[in-house]
Write a protein that binds this ligand. Structure first.
Ligand code: OXD
Ligand code: MN
Length: 589
């Protein structure tokens, strides 16, 4: 008798009509075979799917050049198909599930003719974790199969674990013919299903990532009483050797990966990485909030990564202990056959091919690497990997940081008065947009908890769910708004960021341990500048103070912008959030 997984795979194959079906086991050996196929047989246009890089200097590294129209998440083509539009909320594109499935079935019909269908059984989370989810994806490109091997815990054991159960999250994926008019990333929370066609880009095609671990998981979390969040999870070891765990939510390309493996500028502090993008947060038996990272790899932005900005990532990329390391849409140093990007270490190479393989010079006014070029690498290669990474119970969280890229107004750090106020801080997070999603760059967009593109249901209800989770916590973590990106009158960043962010984190740990006080302002609790460890930093006192001043007229304008954003959620916006908003208005006068 066929198992539910086998039946589902048969159904997918009947529709997509592949020549062959290959069940993956996630092994290193299998990855090598898939890389060979990607280098020798499979092509996107005229370009092989993989190209071997210089393994003397970049062990086990490969270059992937995507279809030129397929370089970022396409939010306009991403849908969440709940039975009603209201359930999806104004934060999601919505299509009736029946209509969506008919559309996708037409596009999928025969889309794998002449190709192999790879079946990927994988876990999000450690297989022994009570919080993990069993998943199965089908795909028709080696790039996705290998990337999923890096990013998840893929193994045939998952099939045994699922056994005769219907309880697994399904992902059906095909690159189709990369036609943007036939590209859709559709989510069906009721069926625990993601159906994606027409794109091979990470966030659109590695379905375990944004689609399942955030959009589908957020819906599961709402039902089951937990939170799926766009957050870093990290441990900070203090000079006494005590490790405190925190989470941090930032929109895409705001430095989450750098933060997750930061090299401390303060002596005696050390960061241990658990995750750089996604956290699943559950209320533990002791009433504390526990975090796991459901992923097993990094899918990070390459440009700007160097020994100066993120030495631990450079070491990770060269470690090659586990699985291949993939570089997508970076430039190529033609003399050395090495990956290159703007902001990489060393001088600009003499002969460079850009991300599309075209000859490039620095005089041409274009970037050699795509602004959203990426690396995909196993977390097990990271020298900063936390010993708790594989702990099935996760780690207890003492503080949650939330922030965005704001060049004005928002203080460097500010503590919420309590959990509910923290939810309000998170609900109004805004960020100047980056290259991780297709569209304009540099506009302010509200991005609550950095989840706007990833919350799989009405965000008004999501704020309510956050409030409810808080009520179940006996020891809720403190919530902080942070902003590393304030600029001065000349447009220069005031705060050095990167390894110096540990100074802000130290204050947060000091707060958690009751070692320092804070100043109450209408917007939240800010540090007394004297309590921040600024040793060795040269920032003028007036500039430092500017980082914490409350600019009332600026906040009045901000409040209007927050109001117009939150008003779209209508009755779904919890009364508690409305009260907190009115409170803020009153305090600002
Ligand atoms: C990502 C993103 O890829 O947020 O992590 O876009
Ligand atoms: Mn992300």
């Amino acid at each position: 008798m066929a198992t539910p997984v086998e039946k589902w795979v048969e159904e997918q194959a009947r529709l997509a009509k592949p020549d062959k079906i290959h069940w993956c086991d996630g092994s290193e050996e299998e990855a090598r075979t898939l890389m060979e196929i990607g280098m020798k047989q499979e092509k996107i246009g005229e370009t092989p799917v993989f190209q071997e890089l210089n393994h003397k200097t970049w062990p086990n590294a490969y270059l992937h050049r995507s279809h030129p129209t397929d370089v970022a998440r396409t939010e306009q083509l991403t849908f969440v198909c709940h039975p009603t539009k209201d359930q999806a909320g104004p934060n999601n594109n919505w299509m009736d599930p029946k209509e969506a499935k008919e559309k996708l079935a037409t596009l999928t019909d025969g889309c794998m003719k002449g190709k192999t269908m790879y079946v990927l059984p994988y876990m999000m989370g450690h297989p022994d974790s009570p919080y993990a989810k069993s998943c199965v994806q089908v795909t028709d490109i080696t790039y996705v199969a290998v990337s999923m091997g890096i990013m998840t815990r893929m193994s045939k054991n998952v099939l045994d674990k699922i056994g005769n159960s219907e309880n697994f999250v399904k992902g059906t994926h095909s690159v189709g013919d990369f036609d943007t008019n036939k590209r859709f990333i559709m989510h069906f929370p009721q069926d625990s299903l993601v159906w994606s066609i027409g794109s091979g880009y990470g966030g659109n095609a590695l379905l375990g990532k944004k689609c399942i671990s955030l959009r589908i998981a957020s819906c599961l979390g709402q039902k089951e009483g937990w939170l799926a969040e766009h957050m870093v999870v990290m441990g900070i070891q203090d000079p006494q050797g005590k490790i405190t765990y925190i989470c941090a939510a930032f929109p895409s390309a705001c430095g989450k990966t750098n933060l997750a493996m930061l090299e401390s500028a303060l002596p005696g502090y050390k960061v241990w990485t658990i995750g750089d993008d996604i956290a699943w947060l559950n209320v533990g038996p002791d009433g504390r909030l526990y975090a796991i990272n459901p992923e097993a790899g990094f899918f990070g932005v390459a440009p700007g990564t160097s020994l100066k900005t993120n030495p631990n990532m450079v070491h990770t990329l060269k470690a090659a202990k586990v699985y291949p390391t993939l570089f997508t849409n970076v430039a190529l140093d033609l003399d050395k056959n090495e990956p290159w990007w703007e902001g990489a270490d060393g001088a600009v190479p003499k002969r460079v091919a850009d991300w599309q393989g075209k000859p490039w010079t620095s005089e041409g006014g274009t970037k050699a690497a795509h602004a959203n070029s990426r690396f995909t690498v196993s977390l097990y290669n990271a020298p900063t990997l936390s010993q708790e990474f594989d702990n099935p119970r996760g780690v207890p969280i003492s503080a949650i940081l939330m922030g965005g890229k704001r060049t004005q107004l928002i203080p460097l750090v500010m503590e919420a008065f309590d959990w509910a106020h923290g939810v309000f801080l998170g609900a109004r997070i805004g960020s100047e947009t980056t290259a991780a999603a297709a569209g304009h760059i540099g506009h302010l967009r509200r991005d609550p908890m950095a989840m706007l593109p990833f919350c799989g249901y009405n965000m008004g209800d999501y704020f309510g769910h956050w409030l409810n989770v808080g009520k179940k916590l006996k020891h809720p973590p403190k919530i902080y708004s942070v902003n590393w990106f304030r600029t001065d009158d000349d447009g220069r960043f005031i705060w050095p960021g990167f390894g110096d962010n540990i100074r802000v984190i130290k204050w947060i740990l000091d707060r958690a341990n009751g070692r320092v006080g804070a100043k109450e302002t209408p917007i939240g609790l800010v540090p007394n500048v004297a309590d921040l460890d600024l040793s060795g930093l040269k920032i003028a006192k007036d500039k430092m103070e500017k980082l914490f001043e409350v600019d009332r007229p600026g906040w009045q304008t901000e409040l209007q912008s927050i109001d117009s954003f939150l008003s779209q959620f209508g009755d779904h916006l919890p009364a508690e959030i409305r009260c907190l908003r009115d409170d803020l208005a009153k305090k600002l006068g």
